[in-house]
Design a protein. Structure first.
Length: 190
């Protein structure tokens, strides 16, 4: 379709030229990949294993082992395979699509870190197959929220999220009260 001035739009040209369309798509995907992946290598916060909390102290993001110092750590240290119970939780997280709202690859913005906590590091997903990265973080990154509230808060929040956070768009998960973990099926899944 031509513009009012008689010139053909870029979209019209690309729709008629398949090579141009493929080239344009390759360029767009490459740029998107660069925007998502390059910060992992250039942002120092993406490889830190500790974060400064509100009171000024530091808190470990990954599990510590013995008397190792930060300079001794290599990428992936402290990350371990999931336990059976964690694997059952991951299966629910995956089945219900929780990762779509509760994760995003890169979130280096200060206001996002203050609101949700430090973003997940790539190394923490070492054992996540299939991957658990979403494209939009509507809720907090669940890797950091576990210790922020009491167990009772989490149970109530899963049953009725709007009772604790009125503006929450999270669905109710009351059925989890009656759900049991089948050890044999988890063992077979591992």
């Amino acid at each position: 379709m031509a513009h009012q001035n008689g010139k053909e739009s870029l979209q019209s040209k690309l729709e008629k030229n398949i090579f141009g369309m493929y080239l344009f798509m390759a360029l767009a995907v490459s740029l998107a990949g660069i925007v998502e992946i390059v910060p992992l290598f250039t942002n120092p916060d993406a490889v830190k294993d500790e974060v400064v909390v509100a009171d000024g102290s530091t808190k470990s993001l990954l599990w510590q082992r013995g008397d190792k110092k930060l300079s001794d750590w290599k990428p992936g240290d402290g990350v371990r395979p999931n336990t059976a119970l964690e694997l059952a939780g991951r299966d629910i997280y995956q089945r219900e699509g929780c990762y779509l709202c509760h994760s995003q690859m890169i979130r280096p913005f200060r206001d996002e870190k203050e609101r949700y906590g430090h973003f997940s590091l790539a190394v923490e997903s070492k054992y996540d197959h299939p991957f658990q990265w979403g494209s939009k973080r509507t809720g907090p990154d669940l890797a950091r929220v576990g210790g922020k509230y009491s167990d009772e808060w989490h149970i109530l929040h899963m049953r009725h999220p709007q009772a604790l956070v009125p503006e929450s768009v999270m669905p109710k998960y009351r059925f989890l009260d009656d759900a049991t973990v089948d050890g044999e099926s988890i063992q077979a899944h591992m």
